[in-house]
Design a protein around this ligand. Structure first.
Ligand code: DX5
Ligand code: ZN
Length: 213
């Protein structure tokens, strides 16, 4: 299991220190939550701060867009060369076009599904994706509790991707800890995002290790 700590739970007064700390503690990716105050009832960071994160990080960035105007934000973040940019299917009228755009910018495209959105909704997009991100909380905030129905949903998505695109990774985001990571592993999840669990743990290294199952 790969681990992507969410910087949303970092101390923003000490952002460089915290980003370096998770990278030195052995994380695989750095998860960056971009919220616009419209798609979700919270507002986070833009390209100025994400560029500071990119400078401090020694691991690739995983940018999770929770915004209304995906194309605008893709263009804004592409110069920072993240590994992945993921956008919500609930907010995109032309997902195929946006996937092609992200790929043409040299970035791996990913789609995010809210807890209620069925994996079948992206059946005809799966061939073109590098990753699918399943939300296990309603997006907007760190520290919420894990929604259990993501387990059978990930199992269904795993069956679909094995059939249609075995190279496409499955990531789960929200309420992940050492208590549920094994259940996610068993249904084929490849990457977990963890914010409060990693940043509230007395040892970031131990926290990350406990998720790399
Ligand atoms: C929620 C964000 C998550 C969040 C995870 O909208 O997408 O990445 O920061 O935080 P925890 O792990 O605390 O649920
Ligand atoms: Zn996220």
């Amino acid at each position: 299991m790969l681990v992507a700590p969410s910087v949303l739970s970092a101390d923003f007064g000490n952002l460089e220190r915290d980003v370096k700390a998770i990278c030195e503690a052995g994380c695989d990716l750095v998860h960056v939550d971009v919220m616009d105050g419209h798609f979700v009832p919270n507002l986070t960071i833009g390209p100025v701060v994400v560029s500071a994160i990119a400078k401090a990080a020694t691991k690739p960035l995983d940018v999770h867009l929770m915004v209304e105007n995906n194309t605008f934000f893709v263009e804004l973040f592409a110069p920072l060369k993240p590994e992945y940019i993921s956008f919500h299917i609930e907010e995109e009228k032309h997902p195929h076009r946006l996937i092609q755009k992200i790929r043409s910018l040299g970035i791996k495209p990913a789609i995010v599904l809210n807890p209620h959105t069925p994996p079948e909704s992206i059946e005809f997009l799966l061939q073109d994706l590098d990753m699918v991100l399943l939300m296990s909380v309603n997006p907007g905030f760190g520290g919420q509790s894990f929604i259990e129905s993501v387990i059978p949903k990930a199992a269904r998505l795993n069956e679909m991707r094995n059939r249609l695109n075995p190279n496409c990774l499955i990531e789960v985001d929200g309420g992940v800890s050492d208590k549920n990571v094994m259940l996610l592993k068993e249904v084929g999840v490849d990457i977990v995002v963890a914010g409060s669990y990693v940043f509230n743990h007395p040892s970031k290294q131990e926290a990350i290790k406990s998720l790399q199952v």
